[in-house]
Write a protein of this length. Structure first.
Length: 107
């Protein structure tokens, strides 16, 4: 029997398996009912690609993949954003902290 001869139909009587939602509002990003779902926050704050991914990976840490792996991904995107800002001379008084200032404890 050739593949083109196989009838490709869906058995209507076959019970549908409950699948975990992985595309629209998955639980590891907060879910549709959560006002702080990662994509809602990213869009509301107009974060762009690198900062958006930073927030995404922080928000899902411990909910989807290994927590340390998620935080390393977040850090990678954050460092990339910092590199992009420094490389394009976009540092302003709002964003121009030196590395030593970033590690000072707040009072």
């Amino acid at each position: 029997m050739k593949i083109k001869d196989v009838p490709w139909t869906i058995d209507e009587d076959e019970p549908k398996k409950q699948k975990k939602e992985m595309v629209k509002h998955p639980s590891h990003y907060g879910g549709a009912d959560n006002p702080y779902e990662a994509i809602k926050v990213i869009e509301a704050w107009d974060l762009g690609f690198c900062l958006g991914n930073t927030v995404k990976y922080i928000s899902r840490a411990g909910k989807k993949d290994d927590t340390l792996q998620e935080l390393k991904k977040a850090l990678w995107y954050l460092k990339r954003e910092i590199k992009n800002i420094k490389g394009h001379g976009k540092e302003s008084s709002k964003t121009s902290s030196t590395d030593s200032e970033l590690h000072k404890p707040s009072n």
